[in-house]
Ligand binder design. Structure first.
Ligand code: IMP
Length: 437
């Protein structure tokens, strides 16, 4: 069994908790795109883990984790994270963490270029995490990137750093920043790369063998559908493909070996960084946005930026369901809406007075959207920690059913709090099968 987990909105849907829950039933958890721009919070008892680069399965000591070929890996961030979770009592050895020899490395000049690119864009900036993700993928597509396997050869590493830095420094200097030095980068990278060596693996072969041996594999997407470089709100997107097709390419797994796709959807929407957000709560609704931000702790787990908050967008989520082929949805953060009198759901768009039921490609059009809302009554009572659907207040049940009907996919799991046991698994759902098989 191979299941892909993907955020349906603009990220931060609460994937960490769901992956962590499902990881119990799986043998291997693999990421397939992105890098340490992600931020997953996982709570286990009184321990809170923030994972950026490592799959959420890493905190289960009996799981093997994989960083797939589609990822971009900053070696410094990689070991900082390993050392951080070791301090929290979780040891990570090369036996249970495999890094693809085909993944690309993020170098210090990628970070510098991320800064200069954002500065250059001024008001049009993307609002990136400034981790060097975009420039590393640019080098990959430009066929000059440094792959993990290349870095294992000291001569090739030196040559590539020198050659790439020459080019990067031209841009860095143009924007008034001090040029970086190849010898300093090499001195920083050499010990990190040596420490990385035992983790390096032909991961697609490893995953193919694992599948043959009937191991269960979870493919964990980072970022989310609407941040996908092809399908998201371009250019306000990340530089990789979080959508289901990206899982096949980025983990090196044939598409027909993937057995199911799980969408993670939050009961409301948020977005960090710039870019169109049709259902964003603006001025008059700021008190509601504030309430959601505080109750839902909607601050970036990596950057600490306050997240923009908005109403559930059924058009965008339906688009995500169609693109990824969701078999089931995990609906997160239901309890965050407990205090609201009324809850709005966007069920359609108008652009320049015309009704539109699909998600427009052009970010300019996305900014012109006027959402068509339906308003549902709130439930005004505590749902924190409820574990059975029938125990939810009737209006909360109605809200969940309404979302499922408008997105066109079953809701198989509802999260009613950050802890593992604050979860409802719907009977007879596809999701229940994934938990029990
Ligand atoms: P980058 O991935 O750092 O290039 O940033 C591109 C866009 O994706 C920015 O709007 C970021 O805020 C957003 N982004 C990147 N990673 C995440 C994430 O894990 N959650 C939410 N937004 C993200």
């Amino acid at each position: 069994m191979i299941i892909v987990i993907i955020g349906a909105q603009w990220g931060d849907e609460g994937k960490g908790k769901v992956v962590d829950l499902l990881a119990d039933r799986f043998d291997i958890v693999s990421r397939y795109q992105g890098g340490h721009n992600a931020g997953h919070s996982v709570y286990v008892g009184d321990r809170a883990f923030v994972l950026r680069l490592l799959p959420s399965g890493i905190i289960h000591e009996d799981k093997t984790c994989v960083l797939g070929n589609g990822m971009v890996i900053d070696p410094k961030a990689f070991f900082e994270e390993i050392d951080q979770i070791a301090e929290q009592g979780v040891e990570v050895s090369p036996e249970r963490l495999k890094v693809s020899s085909r993944a690309h490395l993020i170098m210090p000049y990628h970070r510098a270029l991320d800064h200069t690119s954002e500065e250059r864009l001024g008001n049009e900036k993307i609002g990136t995490t400034l981790r060097g993700i975009g420039p590393a993928y640019e080098d990959k597509a430009g066929r000059r990137g440094i792959r993990v396997a290349d870095a294992m050869s000291p001569e090739i590493l030196k040559l590539r750093i020198e050659r790439n830095l020459e080019e990067a420094n031209r841009i860095i200097v143009l924007y008034g920043t001090q040029p970086l030095r190849a010898d300093e980068i090499l001195a920083e990278m050499t010990p990190l790369v040596e420490r990385l060596r035992p983790f390096v693996c032909e991961t697609s072969h490893f995953l193919a063998e694992a599948r043959k041996a009937k191991k269960k594999i979870l493919l964990e997407g980072a970022q989310a559908t609407l941040l996908d470089v092809d399908h998201g709100t371009y250019p306000y997107v990340t530089s990789s493909n979080p959508t289901a097709g990206g899982a096949s390419v980025g983990a090196g797994i044939p598409p027909h070996h993937i057995t199911g796709v799980l969408g993670i959807v939050r009961t409301y929407a948020t977005r960090v960084g710039e870019g169109p957000f049709p259902t964003e709560m603006l001025d008059t609704e700021e008190p509601i946005a504030h309430l959601i931000r505080e109750r839902g702790n909607e601050y970036g787990s990596v950057t600490k930026r306050p997240r923009r908050c908005g109403w559930f967008d059924a058009v965008a989520t339906r688009y995500a369901a169609e693109l990824n082929g969701f078999d089931s949805i995990a609906l997160t953060k239901l309890d965050v809406l407990d205090e609201l009198d009324e809850i709005k759901v966007c069920v359609g768009y108008t652009i320049n007075g015309e009704r539109v039921d699909t998600f427009p490609a052009v970010s300019h059009d996305l900014r012109q959207i006027e959402p068509i809302y339906e308003t549902l009554p709130g439930w005004k009572s505590d749902t924190l920690g409820i574990t059975e659907f029938d125990r939810l207040p009737v209006n909360a049940q109605r809200y969940v059913r309404f979302l499922s009907e408008h997105v066109g996919v079953e809701i198989g799991l509802i999260s009613t709090g950050p802890e593992r046991d604050q979860t409802i698994i719907l009977k007879d759902s596809v999701m229940e099968g994934w938990f029990t098989n």
